[in-house]
Design a binder for this molecule. Structure first.
Ligand SMILES: [Zn+2]
Length: 131
């Protein structure tokens, strides 16, 4: 039980602070973190790496027909963001006065994701905002 809890907190930190890792052999950066580098295999030496959260829109789409959890937010934009450090990561792109475009610069922000269940537990996650 204690192990599961510690594991959950590590994942929590990685998710909210964009902590990935970097292969010290070939300098490839990963988010989410990987145990083994895709390039180096067994010669991997991974180290924790904090991403800036800055990047650009690689692709995006607007969701008009959401799942139950996201019905309050629809329509909303989700995208694939190419982080400045290299990895592609999926995320919501928060509403703003600017229209999202491929190549537009974004930064990571921390926002409410959805409200869960009848008790209204609010879940937060990183999203991206146009800059
Ligand atoms: Zn490597």
């Amino acid at each position: 039980m204690e192990k599961a809890s510690a594991s959950a907190w590590r994942k929590f930190s990685a998710r909210y602070n964009m902590i990935g890792n970097v292969c010290k052999t070939c300098n490839t950066k990963y988010f989410p973190p990987r145990i083994v580098c895709k390039n180096c295999g067994r010669n991997t030496k991974m180290e924790s790496f904090a991403f800036t959260g800055n990047g650009e829109i690689f692709s995006f789409t607007k969701i008009h027909v959401p799942s139950e959890a996201f019905k309050e937010s629809a329509p909303y934009v989700i995208g694939v963001i190419k982080l400045d450090e290299g990895p592609l990561v999926e995320g919501h792109i928060v509403e703003s006065s600017k229209e999202p475009q491929i190549g537009a610069k974004v930064k990571q922000v921390f926002r409410r994701m959805y409200t869960d269940g009848e008790e209204g537990l609010i879940t937060y996650h990183f999203k991206f905002e146009l800059i």
